[in-house]
Structures are given as structure tokens and as C-alpha cells.
Ligand binder design. Structure first.
Ligand SMILES: C[S@@+](CC[C@H](N)C(=O)[O-])C[C@H]1O[C@@H](n2cnc3c(N)ncnc32)[C@H](O)[C@@H]1O
Length: 240
């Protein structure tokens, strides 16, 4: 399998991203655990906390992939709550749908949707989360507009993303890890192009302050962010 990596700016970018995630769905969870040494679970839990969701509320986990954030949200809102996990890769959704729902959690409705044209009414959710998805959107501002539209007034938007560390020594580590180690792991996993795309997609994504200003421009309030893992992970949140 040796497809070319998705190229931002290419007319076919969204389709290339879509087929890349279809292809890597089977190795996706394992690669995440290996690449992050299991820390991804902690970052997802922090994102769920930042949503400020309460029992009985509703949440949309956008670009839900294999469903790990949606399942944490389901525990937060409890059996009376509602969680929708939405993604445009059917194989990722199929893997999400067979994961066990934790005891005392809400059921999760995993459904196909394009983040740039959401099939939900205005003001449908108390919180929207997107983990490691924003970087893959063909049009970030359109995505932010859609996420904001489906939030209730006062609802929270939470964005978890990889970001480029600005300071040494993590800056050097980022180069080594993403440019050397991750592509090698991609070869072992059988899809080198997907794991060449990963560092490229991080480099072409806005840094934390710029993403914050794009959230401001989408009309969101109280935009703030926290850098984690020495500045490699950014957790943004805002209120509609
Ligand atoms: C890196 S994965 C993240 C999955 C999951 N949120 C996680 O934390 O592991 C990115 C996901 O975004 C989805 N995606 C990218 N662009 C999308 C779009 N326009 N609409 C819906 N899903 C999209 C991909 O199919 C993929 O499952």
C-alpha cells in the first residue's frame, strides 16, 4: 500500500484524508498508543473535563474516529445524557461502534457526518469536542462555524490537537520523533504515507495563539488554551 500523502490545497484533499483514515483504521488505536506511550488517554480525559459537561447533558464528539473521546464523554453525562460521535470514515465508525460502553455511561450514537456540513439543527449540543481532527479539516474556519452553530448558547467547544513546541528541548525532540521515528513506525504499520502526512499536517496547522484567534473570529468567547506534554499538545476551549 503506497498512496501519496494527502496534500493540503489540493482540490481532492478531503477525499484523500477520508481514504487515508479508511485505510489506517485497523492500526489506528495501536499506533496512537505506541506513538504517545499511552499518554493519549490522559489528554482525552483532560479534554472531556474541559467540556464542563454535567450528568444528563448532550455532547457531539466530532471527527470521533474510533470513539475514545466519545466514550469518555458518555461516562461524564451518564445514562440520562446523550452523546453523538460523528466522522466521515465508515471503517473508523465501525470500530467505534463495537467498543464496549462503560458501566453507567450514556449510549453513544456513532454516525456518518461531514464536519464541514453537519446534519444537526442549530443549538443541539451542550458541548462539542474535536480531538486530533481539526488539523485534518479542509477548511478550519468553516468547521469552527459549524461547531459553533450546533452549540447551545453557553455551550463549550473543546479542541485537542498536536502542536509544534516552540522551545527546546521539546522542539528538537519533536523534529526527531515526527520526522524520523513516526514515519518508520508508519512503515512497520504498512502505511508510510499516512505517517508522513502526520508531521506535515501539524506543521501546516495554526499554532496555539493563532488557533485561539480563529476561535475568537468564529464568535466564541472565553477562548483559552493549555499546552501539555512539554508543548506538543494544545487543549483549547471556548464558550458560545
Ligand atoms: C486523527 S483522527 C482522530 C480520531 C479521534 N478523535 C481520536 O481522538 O483518536 C481524525 C479523524 O477525523 C476524521 N475527519 C477528518 N476530516 C473530517 C471531516 N471533514 N468530517 C468528518 N470527519 C473527518 C477522520 O476520518 C478521522 O477519523
Amino acid at each position: 500500500m503506497n498512496e501519496a500523502p494527502p496534500r493540503r490545497g489540493d482540490e481532492q484533499f478531503a477525499g484523500q484524508v477520508n481514504s487515508m483514515f479508511d485505510r489506517i483504521s485497523g492500526v489506528y488505536d495501536r499506533m496512537n498508543r505506541v506513538m504517545t506511550a499511552g499518554l493519549d488517554r490522559t489528554w482525552r480525559a483532560r479534554a472531556a473535563e474541559r467540556s464542563r459537561l454535567q450528568p444528563g447533558q448532550s455532547a457531539l464528539d466530532l471527527c470521533c474516529g474510533t470513539g475514545d473521546v466519545a466514550l469518555v464523554l458518555a461516562e461524564r453525562v451518564g445514562p440520562e445524557g446523550k452523546v453523538v460521535g460523528a466522522d466521515f470514515s465508515r471503517p473508523m465508525l465501525d470500530l467505534a461502534a463495537v467498543k464496549p460502553i462503560p458501566a453507567g455511561a450514556a449510549e453513544v450514537d456513532f454516525q456518518w457526518a461531514d464536519a464541514l456540513d453537519l446534519p444537526f439543527e442549530d443549538e443541539s449540543f451542550d458541548a462539542v469536542t474535536i480531538a486530533f481532527g481539526a488539523r485534518n479539516l479542509a477548511d478550519l474556519d468553516r468547521g469552527l462555524e459549524e461547531m459553533t452553530r450546533v452549540l447551545v448558547p453557553g455551550g463549550s467547544l473543546v479542541i485537542l490537537e498536536i502542536t509544534q513546541p516552540q522551545r527546546q528541548p521539546l522542539k528538537g525532540f519533536f523534529g526527531l520523533w515526527f520526522d524520523r521515528v513516526v514515519p518508520l513506525l508508519g512503515k512497520v504499520a504498512g502505511d508510510p504515507s499516512a505517517y508522513e502526512y502526520l508531521p506535515e499536517s501539524v506543521r501546516s496547522f495554526p499554532d496555539a495563539p493563532v488557533l485561539g484567534s480563529r476561535m475568537d473570529a468564529a464568535g466564541l468567547k472565553h477562548v483559552r488554551w493549555t499546552l501539555m506534554a512539554g508543548g506538543i499538545i494544545a487543549l483549547h476551549s471556548a464558550v458560545k
